[in-house]
Design a protein around this ligand. Sequence first.
Ligand code: UFG
Length: 335
Amino acid sequence: MSERETVLVTGGAGFVGSHFARIAADAGRDVVVLDNLSGGPPARLPSSIPLIVGDVGDRELVTRILRERRVGAVAHFAGKIQVGESVQDPDTYFDVNLVRTLELLRAVRDQGVTACLFSSTAAVYGTPERVPISETARREPINPYGATKLSVELALAAWSAAYGLRWSALRYFNASGAHPDGTLRENHEPETHLIPLALDAGLGVTAPLRVFGSDYDTPDGTCVRDYIHVVDLASAHLAALTRLELGHTLGPLNLGTGAGFSVRQVIDAAEAVLGRPVPHSMSPRRAGDPPSLVADPSAALTALGWRPQRSDLVTIVEDALRSRTTTRGAAAHSA
Ligand code: UFG
């Protein structure tokens, strides 16, 4: 990219999107954020990053941004992310995550944007037959959220074949942590994720944590997940963007560490970092939770020349805690 060098970050006021916008801008990229703020106030991004309040489904607006800002690549994070909610309200999930994304992709095609990064998820695999999970594992989402993300991946592959779009779908495992300077935090509305809830319970600002299931076929009976620091996710996106701009198409890539930790181990880490207990109780299983989700990240390691730097569990929890005690009101509705 030369004259068209801006990166449009949809959902850039959300958790992962804001970290990508920040890290891309810190790396010298020209970034513009489009976010409809449907999940609350925007993340505290530097004022040098323009925020346009609007929807990715507004093709006229997106077309104008792509043209006027000379956008060369789109990083698409905007979307709804709650598994449980997607089961209750698939209509909204297919509308926001798929229909509006198609409007975005039409504008991308019509304006000749050549590269698209997409925020995807391990939920495309459903309940895996085995872990660690590689990209070639069966993709059988068990909820509408995962189905919408997989649908967009299929659309991107088709856009690539027909219109020459270069793309990568980054399938996140458990995005967690926060920027180490404490300015950006994980704050979904409502918050459903384990690490922020465990920290808030330990800080006494919310009710005791409920541990969803202790009778899984895992070493300590609680679910196992692959926690990946959001700054590592952001740097993987930046590496992927560079490769797309060099003319490669990457397709789907798992972003995880390859190491799994149980809910019990996460609570232990939170207690160690906080220096006090995390009040919790055992609860029944949560619907739709696979026992174990751990990435085989080798394709991403090779394709991106990327290594997670901050994804050990203690660093993740420390960074998450710093952001929870130093920021207020920064919310995220997007991935
Ligand atoms: N958990 C609890 N109590 C809570 C919250 C979570 O015990 O109050 C448990 C869950 O049952 C799960 C683990 O903690 O076993 C992690 O749960 P999260 O809600 O933090 O994350 P998920 O694994 O459910 O989902 C996340 C993303 C999804 C993505 C998935 C892929 O939110 O979008 O990771 O791994 F698909």
